[in-house]
Each structure stands twice: as structure tokens, then as C-alpha cells.
Design a protein around this ligand. Structure first.
Ligand SMILES: Cc1ncc(COP(=O)(O)O)c(C=O)c1O
Length: 389
């Protein structure tokens, strides 16, 4: 199989599994138990959280709430902030956020919150002026993702956070960094020093599924969504999954040590991009003129049906996606492509190719060959239909 769908999920590294294994089969005590305190499991959990904090530039592992993934982290960020400060009932988000943000906002809207969706420009970058103009004394929180899952377009979250805090230091800034962590530098004491809340998910960086975290700069900013235990300073009740946390941290630190490999991924992506645009008349890459993740290309192939193309590629044992993996089968145009200003038809013709540090040049060659065959067959089919019409 050629797996070019790494923004959907990634393969777990063998080294990650090895790191996790002892915490499933031997050191399995409940981290809140006396036994775990005595044999060092509780301490190990804290050490792992501290390592994760260091990798993100955070001050301490205590600022990380371990969750079941980014969907939960995003829900906790928005709903938890809304519960902690009932005086403010306005939330500002970008129009291209992941559904775990947009649908949480929709739900908060039903509870009386006012939601502003800030547009993006044709490159997919959030309109910072429109964002600032949307702020009001009722604004509780601003949420802008660090990198978009469909296009890889990187948002100027550091600058946005600085501007928002200058406008009103009480407005919280959240960023969904799910696609950015492990692929680009994420520094909560540098460029992102004004960010209050940050979401991440282990399965996007070769860690286990069902594990993620929410960085919370100051625990007073949130009220819990889950009750029933004092774990994680009362902010997220439930037995902590030591093995999963060990796996998440092993995967991330392993990946960050491979930063050189990401330069190679970027090179592979550039090569793929220049060759893919030549395959189809009128093809273009979303966000080509702005900063993007090193592994992601979203290409519009006008006249092609993206979902059909993805299905045909899957039959050839090649994994790519149309829009985000969660929307597969929706047969709807990508709302992210529409937000870039693409037409309805163009937005149904966009496919995402997402590489990883494991991707190889030979795979790119084979992928392009398969794509070329499908595109040529589709063009021949359309010409034939036109001829017989
Ligand atoms: C930007 C973004 N946010 C949130 C999520 C949800 O992540 P999880 O699968 O960990 O719930 C995803 C997953 O595709 C994503 O890409």
C-alpha cells in the first residue's frame, strides 16, 4: 500500500509500541493507586507529561490535561471556558476550523452563545482585520487552528494572539494544533506565548489513537466537562492511560529528533507538487502562495470528482482523501475549499495528499503514475461523451 493520508492518521512507530508495552503488561497499576505511587508509575506519568510540556515549550506537565484526542480537547477548551466564565457569551472562530470546533460552536449557539466565523483570503489565511473587528466586550474566546487539516495552510496564530491580548487581555486564545504538532515548531514560550489553550492528538504524529492533550496555561480558565474523580486536578475525571501517554510522548520526541527528515518530506512534497500540476490542464494547489505544512498538498483537478478519484486510488491500494477523512462519503464540496473562494464544482474536485517521514520517492513516482492513468482515462471518457452527444 502507498499511504499518503497521514493528516487523517499515521502508522504507530514500532519504538512507540515497545515503549508502551511494559505499561500494559507489567506496570499496569491504576496511577492513582497506592501501588502505583510506590512502584513509580505515578511519577513516570508526571515525568512523561513534563517531557511533553518541554517539547511544546510549556512550563510544566501540570499544564497538560490528557484527553482522548483532539475532538475532546477542542470540546473541553470551548465548553470548559464557557462554563468557567458565564459572563461572556461570544466566541470567534475561523471559517475553516475542524468540525470538532465548528459543531461545538453550533451547539454553544443553541445555548445562547453568539458565534462569529471569520473568513479566510484566497490563500486560506485568516483575515486578521476581520477577526479584530469582530471582538467585543462579550468575547470569551478566539479559536484559530495552527495548520489546516485539508490544505496544510499555517495560520499566524502567534500574531493573532498578540493582537487579541493587546485588545483585551481577558479574551482567551485557543489554537487547534492537531496537524501542526510534530510537523512544525510549536513553542508556547516563544511565538505562541500569548496562547492560553492548545489542542493536540497523538495519532496524528505516529502515536496511539484515542490519546491527546489540552494545554491549559492557567487552570482557573476552565471548568471540567467530566465529573467522577479528582484526576488531573479535577479538570478531567477518569483513570489516566499511562501506556498511551508514554506512547504519545515517545512518538512525539522520536519525531522531533527526526526534524531532518521533515526537510526531506518537504523536498518530496515540492517535487510531487511540481509534477502533479502538470498532469491535468487547469490543476492548481490550494494555498500554494503561502506557508504550509511540509507534508500536505491539496490539489484541485477541475472536472474530476474527488471522491470518485479517491475510491479509484483506494482500489489501486493508494490512500489519499477528498477533504478531511471525517467527511468521506458526504459527497459534498469541501467547506474549506469553498472558504478559499473556489466554486461549488471546483470544491468537489479537490484531493488531499499528505506524506509522512516514512514516505519515499519511489512511492511518489508510483502514485503519480496511477494518478496520471486515472486522469487520462477520465479525460478520454469525457471527450468520448462529448463526441457522442
Ligand atoms: C485539525 C484537527 N482537529 C481535530 C481533529 C480531531 O482529532 P481526533 O481524531 O484526535 O479527535 C482532527 C482530526 O482529523 C484535525 O485534523
Amino acid at each position: 500500500m502507498i499511504y499518503f493520508d497521514n493528516n487523517s492518521t499515521t502508522r504507530v512507530f514500532e519504538s512507540t509500541v515497545e515503549a508502551m508495552l511494559p505499561y500494559l503488561t507489567q506496570q499496569f497499576a491504576n496511577p492513582a493507586s497506592a501501588l502505583a505511587h510506590m512502584n513509580g508509575i505515578t511519577r513516570r506519568l508526571q515525568i512523561e507529561k513534563n517531557r511533553l510540556a518541554r517539547a511544546l515549550g510549556a512550563d510544566s506537565g501540570d499544564q497538560l490535561i490528557i484527553t482522548s484526542g483532539a475532538t475532546e480537547s477542542n470540546n473541553l477548551a470551548l465548553r470548559g471556558a464557557a462554563r468557567a466564565n458565564r459572563a461572556r457569551q461570544h466566541i470567534v472562530v475561523s471559517a475553516i476550523e475542524h468540525p470538532s470546533i465548528l459543531e461545538t460552536c453550533e451547539n454553544l449557539g443553541e445555548d445562547g452563545f453568539r458565534i462569529t466565523h471569520v473568513p479566510v483570503d484566497r490563500q486560506g489565511v485568516v483575515d486578521a482585520d476581520a477577526l479584530v473587528n469582530a471582538l467585543s466586550p462579550e468575547t470569551l474566546l478566539v479559536s484559530v487552528m495552527l495548520a489546516n487539516n485539508e490544505t496544510g495552510v499555517i495560520q499566524p496564530v502567534g500574531n493573532i494572539a498578540d493582537t487579541v491580548k493587546k485588545h483585551d487581555p481577558l479574551i482567551l486564545v485557543h489554537t487547534d494544533a492537531t496537524q501542526a504538532v510534530g510537523k512544525i515548531a510549536v513553542d508556547l514560550s516563544g511565538a505562541l506565548a500569548e496562547v492560553d489553550l492548545l489542542s493536540l492528538s497523538a495519532h496524528k504524529f505516529h502515536g496511539p489513537k484515542g490519546t491527546g492533550a489540552l494545554f491549559v496555561r492557567d487552570s482557573d480558565l476552565l471548568a471540567p466537562l467530566l465529573y467522577g474523580g479528582r484526576q488531573q486536578h479535577g479538570l478531567r475525571a477518569g483513570t489516566e492511560n499511562t501506556a498511551a501517554v508514554v506512547g504519545m510522548v515517545a512518538a512525539l520526541t522520536g519525531l522531533l529528533d527526526k526534524s531532518r527528515c521533515f526537510a526531506e518530506v518537504a523536498q518530496l512534497r515540492t517535487d510531487l507538487e511540481s509534477r502533479i500540476t502538470g498532469l491535468h490542464a487547469g490543476a492548481f494547489v490550494l494555498g500554494a502562495g503561502t506557508e504550509r505544512l511540509p507534508n500536505t498538498i491539496n490539489i484541485c483537478l477541475p472536472g474530476m470528482d474527488a471522491e470518485d478519484l479517491v475510491d479509484r486510488m483506494a482500489s489501486a491500494d493508494i490512500a489519499i482523501s477528498a477533504g478531511s477523512a471525517c467527511s468521506y462519503g458526504a459527497r459534498k464540496p469541501s467547506y474549506v475549499a469553498l472558504a478559499h473562494g473556489l466554486s461549488y464544482e471546483q470544491s468537489k474536485s479537490c484531493v488531499r495528499v499528505s506524506l509522512s517521514v516514512e514516505s519515499r520517492a519511489e512511492e511518489v513516482d508510483r502514485f503519480l503514475q496511477a494518478l496520471n492513468e486515472l486522469v487520462t482515462a477520465s479525460v478520454a471518457h469525457s471527450t468520448q461523451k462529448l463526441g457522442s452527444a
